[in-house]
Design a binder for this molecule. Structure first.
Ligand code: GDP
Length: 140
């Protein structure tokens, strides 16, 4: 498997509890290199655009309000099979279903406040990276 890049968000529940470094350490321990990183505050319009694929879901409003409730940390992670590896280290969406040692098992509060986002495929990774980072910020 080739070297890939994927997109990650450390979500408001985690930044609020000062877990940015603890979560970054999990990525690094899994062999993922953080090649870009910034702390930002999303607007409601940006959150709605980013999560547009979920706009018909009953939790859409709650999800967008949550994502703008505190700053987030957006990151680009690089490594061998990075998209799948990141999903593995994140754990299942619902922390009750997440495996031991995963970020969501250790840190997530609920299915909504679940500490991290990670791209699920090469196409979404490319789109999500481009949504938050300019080429100049991606030196590798
Ligand atoms: P992910 O790829 O594991 O993040 O999961 P999904 O793409 O299915 O959902 C996107 C995000 O929406 C999740 O990470 C949660 O923050 C949120 N979410 C998903 N299901 C629910 C739910 O039933 N209730 C609430 N409040 N949020 C949810």
């Amino acid at each position: 498997m080739a070297i890939q890049r994927t997109f990650s968000i450390i979500k408001p529940d985690a930044t609020k509890r000062n877990l940015t470094g603890a979560i970054a350490a999990k990525f690094e321990a899994a062999g993922l290199r953080i090649v870009a990183s910034k702390r930002i505050q999303l607007s409601l319009a940006q959150a709605q655009t980013f999560y547009g694929v979920h706009s018909e879901r009953p939790f859409f409003g709650e999800l967008c309000e949550f994502m703008i409730s505190e700053p987030i940390v957006v990151q680009v992670l690089e490594g061998e099979d990075a998209i799948a590896k990141n999903r593995e280290v994140m754990g299942a969406t619902n922390p009750a279903d997440a495996d031991e040692g995963t970020i969501r098992k250790e840190f997530a509060l609920s299915i909504g406040e679940n500490s991290v986002h990670g791209s699920d495929a090469p196409e979404t990774a490319a789109e999500e990276i481009a949504f938050f980072f300019s080429g100049l910020e991606l030196v590798g």
